[in-house]
Write a protein that binds this ligand. Structure first.
Ligand code: 4AD
Ligand code: MG
Length: 436
């Protein structure tokens, strides 16, 4: 009899029905000549299938092996010990695609990191990796939902650009029909031009950074969730960031409690309000805790120094809760940042630091004064000609505005306790790797 085809995650609703399910053999276990168990995976869940003697006697049976694709047909029954609470008593099955025997040599529990990454197209079929990818998908949905609920519009920005946003040292140059161009570092400048057209906006685009160091939180290509808002204050920006992080994390924990806890047993909602700390206070904190810039000579960090990844991590790990680090000096920040009205050597800027990972967000109010912006281009040695469209935003109806960029993989690392950013994305790109 023909049986309707179902996705595994819906099967609980159909217990005792006869169903058909397509999927891949996740696990395979034979008990003698009369009984075999197949755990079937279809991307939405896992289904235990029980095959009795008549099913095992099929000519195709020896070709069932891990990762073969099959169709299983049978009757569902409630089984508390099975994943998903149901089990399939198979009365008919079909082999769709065999799985070659060298599978086990491609990646296994003893594989070195590089072998796992070379075979990531196989590794992602595993329970942990597929769970991370699924939670990532749901988290992107929740991020989008948060902003759509607040009437933001989503835009898609070009990634081939002729301007820099975050400093020349991490630009990827390319030749674009004979002209110099780059892969984008951030969609921020484009978002700023869209606010007079659409108001509050956000984008989810890849950003590229030619990072020359290999760290556990840097990629050469990452997913950048960026938003821009007209007519706001710095305080509004901080509030939006806190709301976004807390709402998205809370909704994720409510809906996917069990799946997230498997990956991250210690996960808890971040306490509100986030701790606020100025850059100047952070420098003092490092001095007081004897975190040296040069340990051999016990040289302390001083005002004006960039705070690198290690001391930043040490500070937020010690404090143990999310931090808004604010008011970075203009001298170490990008040309577009707005100066603090009460102290023009500092900027209305913020980094969100999370324990275990450090910076996950960078944001600021933007310099919306036409003449001052031109001065900032000069101060940074950037010829302003290529930025005429960005400058025009100040020329035709300028307004106070601000926004931020969230590193999606970094938030994943925090939420799902991924030790390394390379497992927080599908196919990581970093110095030395562009495959698969
Ligand atoms: O702090 P960044 O460089 O800020 C900007 O790009 C702004 N233009 C964003 C904006 O205001 N619209 O980058 C923002 C975030 C960082 O906080 C970090 O989470 C992430 O992007 N990020 C990276 N993630 C992975 N690999 C890298 N190499 C990253 N560089 C930045
Ligand atoms: Mg930053």
């Amino acid at each position: 009899t023909p049986a309707p085809a179902f996705k595994i995650h819906t099967l609980q609703l159909h217990a005792t029905q006869r169903v058909s399910v397509f999927g891949w053999v996740h696990q395979f276990r034979q008990q003698g000549a009369k009984l075999a168990f197949v755990v079937l995976r279809d991307g939405t869940g896992f289904l235990q299938c029980v095959l009795g003697a008549p099913m095992i006697q099929s000519v195709d049976f020896p070709k069932i092996s891990r990762e073969a694709s099959v169709r299983m047909v049978g009757t569902l029954r409630l089984e508390a010990r099975a994943p998903g609470g149901v089990e399939l008593a198979v009365d008919y099955w079909e082999l769709i695609g065999t799985s070659a025997p060298d599978l086990e040599t491609k990646a296994n529990a003893d594989s070195l990191p590089d072998q796992l990454l070379n075979n990531r197209h196989i590794v992602i079929r595993g329970e942990t990796s597929s769970s991370v990818l699924r939670m990532r998908s749901r988290m992107l949905f929740e991020l989008r939902k948060f902003f759509f609920e607040r009437h933001f519009e989503e835009v898609t920005c070009p990634t081939i650009v002729q301007t820099q946003c975050e400093g020349g040292s991490t630009l990827f140059p390319l030749t674009y029909y004979g002209e110099p161009a780059y892969l984008t570092q951030s969609s921020q400048l484009y978002l700023e031009t869209v606010i007079p057209a659409l108001g509050d906006v956000f984008t989810v685009m890849p950003s590229y950074r030619a990072e020359k160091s290999l760290t556990r939180r840097h990629l050469a290509e990452y997913t950048h969730f960026e938003a821009e808002m007209p007519f706001i204050s710095f305080e509004n920006l901080l509030q939006t960031l806190e709301d976004m992080i807390c709402t998205v994390v809370e909704r994720m924990l409510t809906q996917y409690h069990d799946e997230i806890h498997l990956l991250n047993p210690e996960i808890a909602l971040p306490p509100r309000p986030f701790l606020r700390m100025t850059y100047a206070d952070a420098i003092r904190w490092l001095q007081e805790h004897e975190v040296w810039k040069e340990p051999e000579t016990k040289t302390p960090y001083t005002y004006g120094d960039d705070i690198p990844e290690k001391p930043e991590r040490f500070m937020v790990d010690t404090i143990g809760r999310p931090i808004f680090m604010t008011r970075f000096p203009l001298a170490i920040k990008a040309f577009y940042m707005k100066k603090c009205p009460d102290n023009p050597i500092e900027t209305e800027s913020v980094d969100v630091l999370m324990p275990g990972i450090g910076e996950i967000v960078g944001g600021s109010m933007r310099n919306h004064d036409l003449e001052d912006l031109i001065r900032q281009y000069q101060a940074n040695g950037i010829p302003p000609e290529k930025y005429y469209w960005y400058i025009d935003q100040r020329k035709y109806g300028t307004c106070p505005h601000g926004g931020f960029g969230l590193g999606v993989e970094r938030l994943i690392c925090w939420l799902l306790k991924q030790e390394h950013i390379r497992t927080a994305c599908l196919y990581p790109r970093y110095m030395g790797r562009a495959t698969p």
